[in-house]
Design a protein around this ligand. Sequence first.
Ligand code: GLV
Ligand code: MN
Ligand code: MN
Ligand code: MN
Length: 418
Amino acid sequence: GNGFGSAAAKVDEARLWQRHVDMAKLGGTPKGGVRRLALDANDIAARRLLADWAKPYGWQVSMDAIGNLYIRRPGTDNDADPVLSGSHTDTQPSGGRFDGIYGVLAAFEAMEAIEAAGIRTRRPIETVVWTCEEGGARFPMGTMGSGVFVGRTPLADARAVADYDGVTVGEAVDAARAALPDLPERTFGFPIAAFVEAHIEQGPILEEKGLQIGVVTGIQGARRFRVEIEGADAHAGTTPRARRKDALSAAVAMVAALEKVFHDDPSDTVRFTVGRFVVTPNAPAVVPGHVAFTIDFRHPDDAVLTSLGDQVEPICQANRKGCAVTVHQTARGKPLTFLDLVPGAVDQAAKGLGLGHMRINSGAGHDAGPMQVAAPSGMIFVPCEHGISHAEAENATPADLAAGARVLAETLVTLAGR
Ligand code: GLV
Ligand code: MN
Ligand code: MN
Ligand code: MN
């Protein structure tokens, strides 16, 4: 029958796992991770594979002008705004097999399960791939596809963003569209009823508590900065200390001073990371004349994001050691609480399926953040091994992945209605 749980019962754990295995081959690394940078050949191949998997169902697959991909299962009322579910296919430079792709594959599995259960929903349900979620892995802009979809970022601004080799998003998107000529064009920004994103937790809490499902209540805030230090190249053997403008020496002092202030936090709530550090010319016999580094700073309290984040610039200026320093803020996202619609439906689904669950705030950023501008949004977390993510060692169990897909299937049926 079509009672509660009939969609969940059709989730196929082995099929869902195999799809992860197949996807992990696209950009797979020798150490068992994945390197699939936004809109690179592997990221395009991931879209191709999804489109091919959708074919037997006759579901329409389309792509918009920023490369977001949609797979649509019709409803009984196709004028009704669809419910969207998905995540991203791009990864960190040495990323794992689950961050992003799980949310896409769970959404597709949920649609297959709903189909297998013979359930006809009123609203269409769509699996979505958002382009370039991983800010700075290739292009220095995160949640790009979802940000363009909701109007946070004008399409032209996104297209102008260049990667570290100078290739623009515009060039990369045009190449992706040329490589997938059979996919019809979709206009981004269409109205939607709700958005749900399944994701590995990327932290240790669910594993520690022995629970399979996180009902995500919100996402902590973040500020990102790029610090540029301009000194002067000089000879390492001949240049006296007083004549040096050593950009690396200044950068090291800045990072030490910043850590002292940001890590003065007994509750261990502040997240402060210098993740990218570029020294030029990076030669043993040259006093380094130029350094650029990034700061990733996150906190659940916007007041702290402001008060601490605003200290980045003065701390850097105070440690410039005769060099010139400029501090650019490259991103700022406020802490966000999801409206109750999706978390409520996720909670009910987990409860109805008898799965251990808890409410949890996300430490990582996600497309569900920007998406809430367009419609009520929310997320489902499943545990990952030792809480490790953004690393090749990322791991999760087939059973936990399937549990999340079951909760997602029931949540989508609830949100799409009968
Ligand atoms: C994106 O994955 C982020 O939270 O860094
Ligand atoms: Mn992710
Ligand atoms: Mn990520
Ligand atoms: Mn993320």
